[in-house]
Design a protein around this ligand. Structure first.
Ligand SMILES: C[S@@+](CC[C@H](N)C(=O)[O-])C[C@H]1O[C@@H](n2cnc3c(N)ncnc32)[C@H](O)[C@@H]1O
Length: 228
């Protein structure tokens, strides 16, 4: 298992990447086993924002498709009061290990959340901030992800998504627009992190994803009876 150290403000986060977790159906390594460059970009950007524009202090934060959990753990280091890291079940032990490695067990919880699944959404609740990195690559998954986002956001929730811009990205973003979301690309000057070359930084973007607000509960895709 590889161990990486990522600088966050004046501190360091320890992140273990998994080497032995495979999709039982394909035998391939699960994509969330390691830190993707978008997660480094988002963590860096959050750290810079925390110095100038945006306070994480006391915020409740949800990370979707967390993989190794870097953006969510960054939010915790920057003062978020409660962070929930979510992903598919086989990745949860690795996430828990990263929470423990950084002594963040009081602030950070880990739970399974499959995009679009009603069962996963029960008892999740709503958050001040939702983080996503490198989740815009498979357009077929976007309806489920959009449904989950609609259920975990209220009118005050901020949703931030960092992505590498690939041929499939535009298709994924179009799905979100079809689902009624607005996407605003945020001005960003990305700093390079260990393991990234500076030239590749042009191919990343950070979006604020603004959910549509359902006028009535009848329009809502969430079964709020199951929610806390
Ligand atoms: C490319 S990886 C990015 C991981 C991490 N966010 C990062 O940037 O390092 C995509 C992540 O989305 C998760 N994911 C994909 N489809 C999902 C679904 N339907 N429900 C929940 N998580 C999903 C994967 O398990 C994986 O952790």
């Amino acid at each position: 298992m590889a161990m990486r150290q990522i600088q966050v403000a004046d501190d360091t986060l320890v992140i273990h990447e998994l080497e032995d977790v495979c999709d039982p159906a394909t035998g391939r390594a699960l994509t969330g086993s390691w830190i993707w460059a978008s997660a480094l970009v988002l963590s860096n950007w959050m750290t810079n924002q925390s110095r100038t524009n945006f306070s994480f202090l006391g915020k409740t934060v949800l990370e979707l498709g967390a993989g190794a959990g870097l953006p969510g753990l960054t939010a915790a280091r920057l003062g978020a009061s409660q962070v929930v890291l979510t992903d598919i079940k086989p990745l949860l032990p690795g996430l828990l290990k990263n929470v423990e490695a950084n002594g963040l067990g009081e602030q950070v919880k880990v739970r399974e959340l499959m995009w679009g699944s009603d069962e996963s959404l029960s008892e999740v609740g709503e958050f001040d901030l939702v983080l996503m990195s490198d989740v815009f690559y498979n357009a077929e998954e976007m309806v489920g992800l959009a449904k989950t986002l609609k259920c975990v956001c209220n009118r005050k929730t901020t949703v931030l998504a960092a992505t590498e811009v690939r041929p499939s990205t535009a298709e994924c973003l179009s799905e979100f627009v079809r689902e009624g979301f607005m996407l605003v690309e945020l001005p960003s000057e990305f700093a390079s992190s260990e393991g990234m070359d500076t030239e590749s930084l042009d191919s990343f973007a950070i979006f604020q994803v603004i959910p549509p607000h359902e006028e009535s509960q009848m329009d809502s895709p969430c079964n709020r009876d199951h929610r806390t």
